[in-house]
Design a protein around this ligand. Structure first.
Ligand SMILES: [Zn+2]
Ligand SMILES: [Zn+2]
Length: 345
């Protein structure tokens, strides 16, 4: 029970306090998918394409929705990209129209502006809202209904983020998902098959002083269950296991690292030290986002993947490898023969 001596506060103070309490509560979250504080998630936004440069613009209109008529009368929306002013007092910019039809005094321009503001504000369905998880401003139907919540009666998070949050709460993976991740792993392994090098354990222990690089605990080379070789840049991103891509970790530290990108697991100091010990590229291992390795022989991987048993489903395998090549942005690495074979040209 929280006691608030509310009679010491003005009404506005109370509202502020309440807001602060609410804000604190909002960040309490055990899904690992955090809400971004300060997002006015009840506010409505108008989204429109600039009639001059055709770029997207968003106008925060708050919680009091406006009618098309009000918008037509009052709106002065300036394009953030080119500065064009969207108002019924503005001449239209269309050079494929007769000059006089563009003039703000003309009936054609007035009808155009009426339609423009009607499209933007006619229904709640025309409006947009900001997701307080991914922070994108998205159209009305990107949010699920939450009756009584703000003028749009929509949830705080978009349906994409909602889906992710629900997945944390119910982490069951579908059979297709399991199949797809197995396919991705198999293809990555095939691409790397001839690129991996055997690791000299004694050399690894010497370089890392026989200690786990993360926890600094002492490791015994003969107790194989105690330690593991960290694939610093993961095979998931198509980096082969080589001397400069191997770190010594305790088994439990390696279980935490798994296929994380190095900068998501190691601290900055550790990344510098790691580059010093292994000769790894510091720019690469400290990159915030994962970078796919394109410096591999894709053609060999494709050939190995298509060496299939007589009875297997060839069209399916072709579809799978094509998708992976597109997702990994490796199509350009294919020989023209393989591009033709797979139907990329
Ligand atoms: Zn513009
Ligand atoms: Zn979202």
């Amino acid at each position: 029970m929280i006691w608030v001596k509310y009679y010491f506060f003005t009404f506005a103070d109370c509202e502020n306090l309440l807001e602060k309490l609410m804000a604190r509560r909002k960040t309490v979250n055990n899904t690992g998918i955090l809400r971004v504080s300060g997002i006015p998630y009840h506010d409505a936004w108008v989204a429109y394409k600039c009639v001059s440069c055709k770029e997207m613009n968003y106008v925060q209109i708050g919680q009091n929705l406006i009618s098309p008529k009000e918008a037509l009368e009052n709106a002065v929306w300036k394009c953030k990209h080119c500065g064009f002013i969207h108002s019924k007092e503005t001449d239209l910019p269309f050079d494929n129209w007769e000059e006089e039809y563009n003039s703000a005094d003309s009936t054609t321009a007035l009808r155009f502006w009426e339609g423009f503001f009607r499209i933007a504000t006619e229904h709640p369905e025309s409006l947009w809202k900001q997701c307080n998880v991914c922070t994108r401003i998205l159209p009305f139907n990107a949010f699920s209904r939450h009756s009584g919540w703000g003028p749009l009666e929509k949830q705080m998070e978009c349906r994409s983020c909602k889906g992710a949050i629900n997945a944390v709460l119910n982490p069951k993976r579908t059979r297709e998902q399991l199949h797809e991740s197995a396919v991705r792993r198999r293809i990555a392994d095939l691409f790397l098959e001839e690129e991996n090098e055997p690791i000299d354990f004694q050399d690894l222990f010497d370089r890392f002083g026989s200690r786990c690089f993360k926890t600094k605990e002492q490791l015994e080379i003969n107790q194989r269950a105690m330690w593991a070789i960290d694939h610093i840049l993961p095979s998931k991103y198509l980096y082969p296991l080589r001397r400069e891509n191997a770190a010594l970790l305790s088994r439990s530290a390696n279980d935490n690292k798994r296929d994380k990108w190095p900068s998501k697991f190691y601290t900055n100091t550790e990344l510098i030290e790691l580059a010093r010990i292994t000769g790894a590229n510091i720019d690469l291992i400290s990159s915030k986002l994962p970078i796919m390795n394109h410096n591999i022989d894709v053609n060999k991987g494709v050939e190995r993947y298509l060496q299939v048993r007589e009875k297997s489903d060839l069209p399916k395998r072709i579809k799978e490898i094509k998708k992976i090549l597109l997702v990994y942005d490796l199509v350009d690495n294919l020989s023209s023969e393989n591009k033709k074979l797979l139907g990329f040209e």
